[in-house]
Design a binder for this molecule. Structure first.
Ligand code: NAD
Ligand code: ZN
Length: 377
């Protein structure tokens, strides 16, 4: 299986993956529409696009176009489907677009696989931790619980921790495994869960192996420094480098499972290379939860900055409280373990940011937009 199509291959994860595959002798085709939000108005200057454009075969195509899919799939053995709209908050007011790109785009790929002759033997689709919503917790009385989204009145009065659905006790975070309840809390999460279900199920009926990789929060060199809708490390870095204070939401104790880009590429390579007996969804994370306050303080230190870190008590509707992936299954099925600690990864990221042009800070604009739409309090 030497010929690989990567959709979204000019993006953060896709460009890294393309380069790794090419290095290892694979023939790579990238299909990407060079979306403005990621590649700016002048995509010919986009660093990520430039990193792959002379190395991979490049198709300037859109996953919403059946004929672009036909052209891209032709001659390839494996598809890694990464192209997507990726902003959780943004998905709450661009619903049609998120569904069209993520769900209908994937449906078009499956239509080509079901209705035309091709060589595709494996499909890997990027899923997300967002499909779990709050994920898995422990109640001292009721055992394992998948809490509902937090109530606005609790959030307004600064009670940020998740509570038990049954007895109301404050819950303890435990790792979320793949069998956990799927209950996304954003349109983005719904589209990701829909994508993975469609791929796993259709491919099974077509005798194509399929793996859905539920990526946690991916960070590292190459992540967008301009997209104000995703990537907390970039948002904080841009604030720091523009000498603006950082607004940490809630009480700063909210946490995420941050996984370094090279680890994500390792896991994705294994999914491409290993024989998969049954079509399967796998968590790809570090298995460690890191608080946002710790992240803000660490970044401030690494940049040697004295900006203010405000723990604001603000919150965004649809945000989850904590996230920590259970990574036992991906270890077992793919033999994958993350290699990069958060401290090392963060240092690499900061060193990379320091070499980039300082980006203007569009964050306030995105916050104003969210406030206007009633999605931020
Ligand atoms: N980065 C993360 O933290 C993370 C976490 C979980 C899941 N994921 C998933 O991984 C995948 C890749 O994420 P990323 O961080 O590399 O995102 P990215 O935004 O950097 O890359 C996505 C690429 O897709 C392209 N694209 C967007 N719409 C398209 C369309 N209609 N047709 C063709 N191409 C289109 C963009 O131009 C971009 O190059 C996505 O599916 C995302 O949902 C990412
Ligand atoms: Zn309980």
């Amino acid at each position: 299986m030497e010929r690989i199509l990567i959709t979204g291959g000019a993006g953060f994860i896709g460009s890294r993956l393309s380069l790794r595959l090419i290095e290892q002798g694979y023939e790579v085709t990238v299909m990407d529409n060079l979306s403005k939000q990621i590649h700016s108005d002048t995509p010919e200057q986009s660093l990520l696009y430039n990193s792959i454009k002379d190395k991979a075969r490049f198709i300037h195509g859109d996953v919403r176009s059946l004929s672009d899919w036909q052209k891209a799939i032709d001659g390839n053995d494996v598809i890694v489907h990464l192209a997507a709209e990726t902003g959780t908050g943004q998905s709450m007011y661009q619903i049609d677009k998120y569904v069209e790109v993520n769900c209908a785009g994937t449906a078009k790929m499956l239509d080509v696989l079901a209705n035309s002759q091709h060589y595709v033997k494996k499909v890997i689709v990027a899923s997300s931790r967002a499909i779990y919503g709050e994920g898995k917790y422990l109640c001292e009385k009721d055992g394992e619980v998948f809490p509902e989204s937090r109530s606005q009145s609790d959030l307004d009065s600064g009670k940020f921790e998740c509570k038990c659905n049954y007895c109301g006790r404050v819950l303890e975070l435990i790792p979320t495994d793949e069998d956990s309840k799927i209950h996304p809390e954003s349109i983005y999460g719904i589209t990701k869960s829909n994508q993975e279900q469609m791929v796993l199920m259709s491919c099974k009926s077509l005798n194509i192996s399929a793996v859905a990789l539920r990526y946690q929060n991916v960070y590292g060199p190459g992540q967008s420094l301009t997209n104000p809708y995703t990537g907390i490390l970039s948002i904080f870095s841009t604030r720091i480098l523009n000498n603006n204070s950082i607004n940490v939401f809630e009480d700063g104790e909210e946490s995420r499972d941050f996984i370094y880009i090279d680890d994500v590429i390792d896991a994705t390579m294994l999914a491409i290379q290993k024989d998969i007996k049954n079509n399967i969804a796998l968590n790809v994370g570090s298995g460690v939860s890191t608080t946002v306050k710790y992240l803000a303080d660490s970044l401030k230190k690494l940049y040697g900055s004295d900006i203010e870190v405000n723990i604001s008590g603000d919150y965004r509707i649809g945000d989850i409280r904590h996230n920590k992936a259970d990574i036992e299954k991906v270890k077992e099925v793919l033999g994958f373990s993350p290699k990069t600690s958060f401290e090392v990864g963060l240092r690499n990221f900061v060193n990379w940011v320091k070499e980039q042009e300082i980006q203007s800070d569009n964050y306030e604009k995105s916050i104003t937009e969210m406030k206007k739409k009633g999605l931020m309090k």
